[in-house]
Each structure stands twice: as C-alpha cells, then as structure tokens.
Design a protein around this ligand. Structure first.
Ligand SMILES: O=C(O)C(=O)C[C@]1(C(=O)O)C=C[C@@H](O)C=C1
Length: 252
C-alpha cells in the first residue's frame, strides 16, 4: 500500500465547503469558551480550597459540607438560567459544588437501601456529584456509628425494614438529617455531622412518640414511617433542631 500523505487525508483549503467552514467556526467558538470555563472552574476550585481553610478556624466537629450554602448557590444559578437549561444547570452545578467541597476533603458517602439500592445510589450520586466517594453500607446502625465519628455522610432508606431513624432522637445526637431523596415524599435520608447553623431552609424532619395519631403538638405533619409508637414525619413549621418537637434536621 502506498504511504498515506496529508494531502490524501485532509481536503485542500479550496475544497472546504461553506458548511464545513461554519462547523469549524462553531467548534472554534466552543474551544474559546472551554478555555474560559476551564480558567474560571480552576479559579473557583482554588477559592473553594481557601473557604475550606477559613472554615477550619475555629475547627469544629462538623463536616465541611454546608447544605444551606449549597442550596443558595444552586437556587441562585438555576433561577438565572433559561427554563430549558435549568435541569442541565442544576446537574452541572451539583458537580461544580461537589468538586469544590472535595478540595476541602473528599466526601465519603455510605448508602444503605436494601429494597431499591440503585435508586438510592443514583439519588445520592446526583446530590453529591462524581467527586464523592460512595460505597454500599450493609447495616444502617454501623453506617450511623461511622457518620457519628465524623467520617462522612450516611444515606439510609426509610420503610426498608429497619427503623434506624429512631436512633437519631435517642443515641445519635451529633447527627442530623440534611437532605432527602426519592421525590416529594423521600424514600431515603442523608444524615451527617452537619453544623446545625448550616441546615437547609425547608421542611423539618420530626421524630415523635405517638404514631399517626399525633402527639398533641398541633404541628401539621406529613408521615414518612412509623414503628412501635414512634413516627418519622416532615413539617413546614419552623421548629428548631433538638427542641421538644423532636426535630432532627431539615431537607431543602
Ligand atoms: O461556601 C462554602 O462553605 C464552601 O465550602 C463552598 C461550596 C461551593 O463550592 O460553593 C462547597 C461546599 C459547601 O458545601 C458549600 C459551598
């Protein structure tokens, strides 16, 4: 076979059609934008690393993750995006913020969901982004103990045969719920050593004695699970964490 020459592979400039030239120009525009995006992304990562150091002083027992701040970053950019782009913008910014957080230490996530493992795993991946180190947890109690030691976040299914959530009121006072996955009525909750001041605005998570009948507190509640007279529910009422109402966190 004769050797392949450049002439044979690339058309001579005069052979380039207007369509090919238009395509090349558009691709050049994309290259220019990519250069700008890359420079901005790298600047943002560097600033996120500095924010992490600023949060070290004073150093506390909490994870670096700040759900309230993430919520306001996302809400702000999604609100500015064109309606058709909102889904893409939200998923991209989850990744951006996830990598920002990873500059402060990679987030460890343990997912326990015996009934629908892929659903909970996918929800957690969407929430924490590719930067998170996610693994399956075999036992919710072990995952809670691990999270209480400050190693990372546990994503635990509800209505899955283990009322692990009762422990949030009784044993795991250092942990709080800060997100839910699975839609309007969550099927899994994210739990970690989150600074209570950094909980997202939104529905509060309650654990109360009294089952479906209510405990007389008068709060309007949406039930998620019950077990032996305990109930796990959500409320729109602005109750504070750890109060008499049994508030153990909030989901945005
Ligand atoms: O604002 C912070 O506290 C940050 O660490 C920055 C940042 C971000 O990248 O925007 C990253 C992680 C936090 O969970 C919230 C926001």
């Amino acid at each position: 076979m004769p050797p392949c020459t450049l002439q044979q592979v690339w058309p001579a400039p005069l052979d380039v059609s207007p369509e090919q030239m238009a395509l090349a120009a558009l691709r050049h525009e994309i290259d220019v934008l990519d250069d700008q995006l890359l420079a901005l992304f790298e600047r943002r990562l560097a600033i996120a690393a500095r924010v992490g150091k600023a949060k070290d002083a004073p150093s506390g027992p909490h994870l670096k993750l700040r759900p309230d701040r993430e919520q306001s970053v996302l809400d702000r950019v999604v609100a500015q995006a064109a309606p058709d782009n909102r889904e893409a913008v939200e998923s991209l910014w989850r990744q951006i913020v996830g990598w920002g957080l990873a500059r402060q230490g990679r987030v460890q996530v343990r997912v326990w969901s015996p009934v629908e493992p892929t659903r909970a795993f996918d929800g957690a991946r969407l929430r924490f982004g590719d930067a998170a180190d996610m693994k399956v947890a075999r036992d919710p109690q072990a995952a809670l103990a691990w999270a209480a030691e400050g190693h990372g976040v546990a994503v635990l299914a509800i209505n899955a045969g283990d009322p692990w959530w009762i422990g949030l009121r009784r044993e795991w006072g250092s942990l709080c719920v800060f997100d839910g996955f699975g839609g309007e009525t969550p099927t899994a909750l994210a739990v970690g050593r989150i600074d209570p001041a950094a909980l997202p605005g939104g529905r509060r998570v309650l654990i109360t004695a009294g089952g479906d009948a209510g405990d007389g507190s008068g709060l309007r509640r949406c039930g998620l699970d019950t077990h032996h007279g305990w109930s796990l529910s959500l409320t729109d009422a602005p109750v504070s964490l750890g109060g008499d109402e049994g508030c153990v966190g909030a989901i945005g």
